[in-house]
Design a protein around this ligand. Structure first.
Ligand code: GLU
Length: 436
């Protein structure tokens, strides 16, 4: 037998030196571990392997921002373009105190694999600003957004890098990015950013797209197990744009939402929670805590609650080797990016849990971002039904491709997703040739 072309610099499975949670929770390492596994199975040529292990471009900026008090603060911002071989870089911007360059690199790589997996013509990028938007006024938020946009303006553009919302950013922030970019370019450029308000070139269905995509792939996974959304018991961790929409749409299809959580706590009701009412509660109280129609439970307990489907829809590293053994769900639908560590993957696989990995489960958002970019460039807008129908067809196709690859390579669904994605990015590089 010939030697495998690749000697992974990482290691497949749990490394002995990775026995600390610190290493387990490094998102870039977690991404690399899965990438290495896929690369080895694909027998990726060593040169390309090296290329795909490194981000194309990493930008770090210092952002002076005037506070309402008159004081000047300086924030740190990042933008990483991981790979642009398949098209313009695409990826969200998050405003959060925990943002680091390592995290942004991992998230940019995930965007690369995600866009390739659903086969849309984008590369992958991500951005972030280290700040706490909950302590900032609207005016301060606007100044941070505009200064960040201006500081990375040379990489932005409909043909080069197209941001979108992510943790703690929304339509309002995207509108400021569009305006700032357009002012610098002396004409309106709607396609420079997606997730905009519908009135200014946003797409119908974009706000719900990530949650809707989660619903579609969960429906497909349940069908594989001989079940349906009707009557399925679902627990959702995170009640933001992804979790709340996924819960709402799954409930509309007949699922029983037995528990949901947000930063403030979790609510449990085995009989089923009334999601539209909870959405109203959260709008009014700005948090779930205190919602009366269910028992309050700890956020950690939600992850191991009795249910058929668990939807982690908040941030990275919530399913670790510590809690994975206690998880009771049959299916995990990863609405968030990177919610499961590599070590936890092995435990879930042994338990026979069907994982719909992040780069598939939450790809609905970027898929409708792609529709938005197409509509902006064409100047012709689709009705919501068309958007949702086209989203469904892309999500179901990607789900089936992952299912076929899982069988073919006898690997878990996450590695199968990476195999499909990495293979597509590699194929593009081979066709283009390397300017080296
Ligand atoms: N932030 C979202 C994600 O992680 C959406 C990215 C986009 O639409 O470009 O997939």
């Amino acid at each position: 037998m010939s030697e495998p072309a690749i000697q992974p610099q990482g290691h497949i499975g749990i490394r002995p030196d990775k026995d600390t949670f610190l290493a387990e929770e490094n998102p870039f390492e977690a991404m690399m571990e899965r990438f290495d596994h896929a690369a080895q199975l694909l027998n990726l040529d060593p040169g390309l392997y090296k290329v795909l292990r490194n981000p194309e471009k990493q930008i770090i900026v210092s952002l002076p921002v005037l506070r309402d008090s008159g004081e000047l603060d300086v924030y740190t911002g990042f933008r990483v373009l991981y790979n642009t071989s398949r098209g313009p870089a695409k990826g969200g911007i998050r405003f959060d105190l925990n943002v680091t360059l390592e995290e942004v690199k991992a998230l940019a790589a995930w965007m690369t694999w995600k866009c390739a997996l659903v086969n849309i013509p984008f590369g992958g990028s991500k951005g972030g600003v280290v700040c706490d938007p909950t302590t900032m006024s609207m005016a301060e938020l606007e100044r941070v957004t505009r200064r960040y946009t201006a500081s990375i303006i040379e990489v932005l553009g409909p043909d080069s890098d197209v941001p979108a919302p992510d943790v703690n950013t929304n339509e309002r922030v995207m509108a400021w990015i569009m305006d700032t970019y357009s002012m610098h370019h002396r004409h309106t450029v709607t396609a420079v950013v997606t997730g905009k308000p519908v009135e200014m070139g946003g797409s119908l269905g974009r706000r719900e797209a990530t949650g809707r995509g989660c619903m579609f792939v969960t429906r497909e996974a349940l069908a594989k197990l001989g079940m349906s959304l009707k009557g399925a018991r679902v627990a959702v961790q995170g009640f933001g744009n992804v979790g709340s929409v996924a819960a709402d749409l799954m409930a509309k299809e007949g699922a029983v939402i037995v528990a949901v959580s947000d930063k403030s706590g979790a609510v449990h009701n085995p009989q089923g929670l009334d999601i539209p009412e909870m959405l109203k509660w959260v709008k009014e109280h700005r948090q779930l805590a205190g919602y009366p129609k269910g028992e309050q439970m700890s956020k950690d307990a939600l992850l191991t609650v009795e249910c058929d489907v668990l939807v982690p829809a908040a941030t990275e590293n919530v399913i670790t080797r510590k809690n994975a053994p206690q998880i009771k769900a049959k299916i995990i639908c990863e609405g968030a990016n990177g919610p499961t560590t590599a070590a936890a993957d092995e435990i879930l696989e042994k338990k026979g849990i069907f994982v719909i990995p992040d780069i598939l489960a939450n790809a609905g958002g970027v898929t409708v971002s792609y529709f938005e970019w197409v509509q902006d460039r064409g100047g012709y807008f689709w009705d919501e039904d068309t958007v949702n129908r086209r989203l469904e067809s892309i999500m179901v196709r990607a789900f089936n491709e992952v299912a076929v690859t899982t069988e073919k390579y006898k690997v878990n669904t996450r590695i199968a997703s990476y195999i499909v994605a990495v293979d597509r990015v590699a194929a593009m590089h081979r066709l283009r040739g390397m300017y080296a």
